[in-house]
Ligand binder design. Structure first.
Ligand SMILES: NC(=O)c1ccc[n+]([C@@H]2O[C@H](COP(=O)([O-])OP(=O)(O)OC[C@H]3O[C@@H](n4cnc5c(N)ncnc54)[C@H](O)[C@@H]3O)[C@@H](O)[C@H]2O)c1
Length: 309
């Protein structure tokens, strides 16, 4: 070993020790955050754009963000349901706009971003929520169903981020929330393409966080939250199957919306709904060997049965 090698070795050793120290600091910070959760940030004055606001969790989030004083931009392919959501917000004296848009259509999404920027202002909170869930064995799913699901559950999330991230970058301010699912963490029968799409959402958000962090510009003002709901009572799960109903209830869409907004306002990277599943998700399922994890999945026997519509 010559002098240069010794120097390089010492530099790497120092960097390793420094990283170890900082990572321990982050672990302690995370533990403190569990005991003393951060105060929720205000969304007053934010422009919150949500996809899929005509129904379900999207509608409930729109109502709640408006109550918190945000300007809400409701986006959905279903004009009638979206109009109902707008009326509900206006009846509560909230501030909202509505746009009919098929978010799988990239040029429509880019046009939407231009229109919203002119008519409402820069979007500061983007909530990627619209999604569909065909439930049947993989071999019964048609090409059309699978392509549409990936276009909506995956590609549309990317188009929306491409459309609304640039203004967040210009201001170094913003928040992107994406709805994945427990199906984005583990596999379920009758949901093979859906699980793939929700794992993709998780991957997109993880990779986006790394990309923003490695950007030369300071983009620390842009926060990301990925949401992993279990089964929510919106009708999306036509035939939910729950063995221990007292333990694992269908979550009401309003409760899911509350949990998502609370996590976003506390800048949490991820949230599992219901929250008691957080530990099952993070520490049991992800740390156990896969065969052991599957035994627990069999025992709890939660999932969806196949249906045709
Ligand atoms: N409901 C559940 O059990 C559950 C569980 C985990 C995750 N999720 C996820 O939560 C999100 C919301 O689910 P939900 O149960 O509220 O669904 P929902 O069916 O109640 O609402 C979905 C909304 O998306 C809209 N939409 C559909 N296609 C669209 C398109 N091309 N462009 C724009 N809007 C479109 C629909 O019109 C509808 O208003 C989805 O991403 C879903 O995968 C739901």
């Amino acid at each position: 070993m010559d002098m240069r090698d010794v120097n390089t070795f010492l530099c790497i050793l120092l960097e390793f020790l420094w990283t170890l120290l900082k990572s321990n600091y982050e672990v302690i910070k995370a533990m403190i955050r569990v005991i003393f959760p951060p105060e929720p940030k205000s969304v007053k004055g934010d422009v919150v754009l949500i996809s899929g606001t005509a129904h379900g969790i999207g509608r409930e989030m729109a109502l709640r963000y408006a109550r918190l004083g945000a300007t809400v931009v409701c986006v959905d392919i279903n004009a009638i349901g979206n109009q109902e959501t707008l009326i509900m917000i206006k009846q509560e004296k909230g501030n909202a706009f509505k746009y009919e848009c098929d978010v799988t259509n990239r040029s429509a999404v880019m046009q939407l971003a231009e229109t919203v920027s002119k008519e409402v202002g820069d979007v500061t909170v983007l909530v990627n929520n619209a999604g569909i869930m065909p439930c049947k064995p993989l071999l019964d799913q048609t090409e059309k169903e699978i392509r549409l699901m990936n276009d909506l559950n995956v590609n549309a999330y990317l188009w929306m981020i491409q459309a609304f991230l640039p203004s967040m970058i210009r201001r170094n301010y913003g928040h992107i929330v994406s709805i994945s699912s427990m199906a984005g963490i583990m596999g379920f029968k009758n949901l093979v393409p859906y699980c793939g799409s929700k794992h993709a959402v998780r991957g997109i958000m993880d990779a986006l966080a790394v990309e923003l962090r490695n950007d030369k510009r300071d983009l620390s003002g842009i926060k990301l939250t990925t949401v992993f709901p279990s089964m929510v009572n919106t009708g999306l799960c036509h035939k939910p199957r729950i063995r221990f109903e007292k333990l694992l209830k269908l979550v009401e869409p309003g409760d899911a919306a509350d949990a998502i907004i609370s996590a976003m306002r506390r800048d949490l990277n991820e949230v599992t709904i219901p929250q008691d599943l957080h530990y099952a998700n993070r520490y049991v399922y992800r740390l156990l060997p896969i065969e052991a994890a599957r035994l627990w999945t069999d025992f709890f026997d939660a999932g969806v049965d196949a249906h045709d519509d």
